[in-house]
Ligand binder design. Structure first.
Ligand code: SF4
Length: 219
C-alpha cells in the first residue's frame, strides 16, 4: 500500500551509504506534529531480520534505543532462551524498526497514546524503505499493532506460533509474529500464550536468516 506522503526524502551527502542516509533522514523526521521527539532508532545493522515494535514508550527517548526498559528486558530474555544471544548480540544482528518511531505521549486517562492511523501511515514509508535497503527475509512483528501491519486481523492465538509468507509494499518475506512482552499483558505468561510463544521462538531459531546471522555480528 502506498502512502499519501510519498517516499521519504534524503538530503544527505552522497558519500554516505544508503543505510546511513536513511538513518540521517529518519532521525530528522518531523512528519507527525503530535509525536514527541527525538525519533528513536536502533542500530544501523545490515541485517535481513527486521524486528518491528509498536512505538517507543517514555523511557526509550531518554535512553536512546528501542526496547530499552522493562518490555525490552523480557524480549531479550526470550531471545536469549531461544537463540543463546545476549542483548548486544540481538541488537547487532537484528534491525530494530517500529510501526512508529516516536513516543506518542500519554493518554489523559493514563497509559501511552496509541499512534493514530495517519501517524502509522506516515511512518510506514520508513519501514518500506528498510525492507528495500536491507533485503528483509524475516519479519518479527512484536505485539498486535505491529502484527496488524503484515497480517489480517485475527486473535493472537491464531497468529503466534505460526509462520506466514507475506508481501509488504510488493516485497516478499517470512513473518513470525510475537506477542508484546509488556508486563501489562499476561497473554505470554498464561496458556495458551506461553506455549504459542515457545513455538514461535522455535520457528525463529530455526529460520535460515537467524542461522546465517549467528556468525560474527556485522554492521
Ligand atoms: S512517528 Fe515516524 S513518521 Fe512520524 S515523526 Fe516520528 S519518525 Fe516521522
Amino acid at each position: 500500500m502506498e502512502s499519501p506522503h510519498g517516499p521519504p526524502s534524503f538530503f544527505c551527502p552522497s558519500t554516505m551509504t544508503p543505510l546511513a542516509r536513511h538513518f540521517a533522514a529518519l532521525r530528522s523526521c518531523e512528519r507527525c506534529p503530535r509525536m514527541l521527539k527525538p525519533v528513536v532508532v536502533g542500530r544501523p545493522v545490515a541485517s535481513r531480520i527486521l524486528l518491528v515494535g509498536q512505538a517507543p514508550g517514555d523511557k526509550e527517548p531518554l535512553l536512546g534505543r528501542p526496547f530499552a526498559w522493562t518490555a525490552g528486558k523480557t524480549l531479550f530474555k526470550w531471545f536469549h532462551g531461544a537463540l543463546g544471544w545476549n542483548e548486544e548480540d540481538v541488537r547487532n544482528r537484528i534491525y530494530f524498526a517500529a510501526v512508529c518511531r516516536c513516543f506518542p505521549g500519554k493518554r489523559p486517562m493514563g497509559g501511552d497514546r496509541v499512534p493514530a492511523p495517519d501517524e502509522i501511515e506516515a511512518c510506514s514509508d520508513w519501514l518500506a524503505r528498510e525492507f528495500e535497503l536491507l533485503g528483509t527475509e524475516l519479519v518479527l512483528p512484536v505485539g498486535k499493532l505491529a502484527i496488524s501491519r503484515f497480517l489480517e486481523p485475527a486473535p493472537l492465538q491464531e497468529q503466534v506460533g505460526r509462520s506466514f509468507q507475506i508481501r509488504y509494499r510488493g516485497r516478499a518475506a517470512e513473518c513470525i509474529p510475537l506477542p508484546h512482552p509488556s508486563g501489562a499483558s499476561p497473554w505470554h505468561r498464561m496458556a495458551p500464550g506461553k506455549d504459542l510463544l515457545a513455538a514461535a521462538l522455535r520457528l525463529v531459531a530455526a529460520h535460515p536468516a537467524i542461522r546465517a546471522a549467528a556468525g560474527p555480528a556485522h554492521s
